[in-house]
Design a binder for this molecule. Structure first.
Ligand code: BGC
Length: 415
């Protein structure tokens, strides 16, 4: 008898990407504007990215050939509605071809409606601080489902709806360090580029106030209602960035306070959803003053945080208990140049998923971040999260050993 763990029949095995990180030339988005400012805090612009806008057919084929049965990707609001109220039939036709290609390869489709980037006009209109944006988002989502719903198996409304609060409360709290980009002077020129006052400068990622959180949660709820009106059977959820927040001695109260603001508030907003998306990369150690940083001696990833795959087990359990919803791991992975560490990370993280399943938790699927090395936001192309490497000069793709390994786990449904 094999001592391998058998995942439940129908378990979803996927990889994930996001439009702006892979498509290239997302010129009508807010990020495109911000990446090209003289005071930009991005280490490099996204440019052609990995040109998935044109190479999607080969890319989707590679994902299927590796052994996965699902692809999670995002559709780009800035392409679908490049000017307020004007929808692009060409963009919709493009995504129809992408979805059809997934289907032709037998891949289930999980579509994210918003993955950090917004149309630039939305930011000109007050972005994620303007409550009117919630309805605009819901209209766009309903339009996508009307046009493409026949090919979409499940939807994530907003990717990591809590990340702006998390950045504001956990990571941006420290003193500015030498060599760190100057956010204030960036925000100053960036707000001017969108023609708004500094206080009204609210691209998703930088909108970390409680007011912006409420706009985002309203957008999620209104989008769920609007999409269900078009396709009542569509499974819909939201995804949340879930670090395992561990209290150091004396840090329990602070941890609970921060975890309430960064995670629990969002769980309360998932009532009426069909599933919950857990996105976990590492842990955060919290002392009485807040984030305590990595523990000495623990291996770090390219992102500067700890190599800590066990965070996934803790966060699945916490989310399942608090939401009572079926769980999808919608992102999990590691930025590393050493592919053997990637495989080690996935082995340990998946062992945690197996433990959760053994304990009877309703975990429905697992998406590795990411299918390809891609544009890691402010850090540009330096961190490499891909199961597939991309030479950006030639756009040649090469499967990494970790990709082959994880694909075999996926196709055998065994660990
Ligand atoms: C985001 C991805 C990102 C990944 C790795 C998540 O926060 O959803 O867009 O690339 O983490 O940092």
């Amino acid at each position: 008898m094999s001592d391998k763990f058998q995942f439940p029949e129908g378990f979803v095995w996927g990889t994930a990407t996001a439009a702006h990180q892979v498509e290239g030339n997302n010129v009508n988005s807010d990020f495109w504007v911000m990446e090209h400012l003289p005071e930009t805090i991005f280490v490099e612009p996204s440019g052609d990215a990995i040109d998935q806008y044109h190479r999607y057919a080969d890319d989707i084929g590679m994902i299927a050939d590796l052994g996965f049965n699902s692809y999670r990707f995002s559709v780009e609001w800035a392409r679908i509605e490049p000017e307020r109220g004007r929808f692009s039939a060409a963009a919709i036709n493009h995504y129809r071809r992408v979805l059809e290609t997934c289907k032709a390869h037998g891949l289930q489709t999980m579509v994210t409606m918003h993955h950090f980037t917004s149309p630039r006009w939305l930011i000109e209109d007050g972005g994620w601080l303007n409550i009117a944006s919630a309805e605009k988002f819901a209209n766009y989502c309903a339009f996508v489902i009307q046009e493409l719903g026949d090919l979409i198996d499940s939807v994530c409304t907003i990717n990591e709806v809590n990340i702006p609060r998390m950045v504001a409360l956990l990571w941006a709290g420290g003193e500015p360090q030498e060599g760190m980009p100057d956010f204030m002077s960036f925000a100053n020129t960036a707000s001017a580029a969108f023609g708004v006052e500094m206080q009204a400068f609210a691209p998703f990622f930088f909108a970390g106030s409680p007011e912006a959180r409420d706009v985002m949660l309203a957008a999620h709820r209104q989008a769920v209602i609007a999409m269900k009106a078009v396709k009542p059977t569509l499974p819909i959820g939201v995804t949340v960035a879930m670090q395992d927040m561990q209290a150091l001695p004396g840090g329990e109260r602070k941890r609970d306070e921060l975890r309430y603001e960064i995670q629990d508030v969002y769980f309360e907003a998932t009532k009426g959803d069909d599933f919950f998306g857990v996105q976990t990369y590492s842990r955060d150690r919290i002392d009485a003053n807040g984030a305590a940083g990595p523990e000495e001696g623990v291996e770090l990833t390219q992102m500067g945080y700890e190599f800590w795959p066990e965070a996934l087990g803790a966060t699945i359990r916490y989310a399942a208990e608090k939401t009572g919803l079926p769980i999808f791991v919608t992102e999990n992975g590691i930025g590393t140049a050493d592919d053997t560490r990637r495989q080690a990370y996935y082995e340990r993280a998946l062992a945690c998923v197996a433990d959760c399943l053994r304990d009877g938790l309703d975990v429905r699927g697992y998406y590795a971040w990411s299918a390809f090395d891609n544009f890691e936001w402010l850090l540009g192309y330096r961190p490499t999260f891909g199961l597939i490497a991309v030479d950006r000069a030639t756009q040649v793709r090469t499967v990494k050993p970790s990709g082959k390994w994880l694909g075999t786990v996926a196709s055998s449904n065994q660990l």
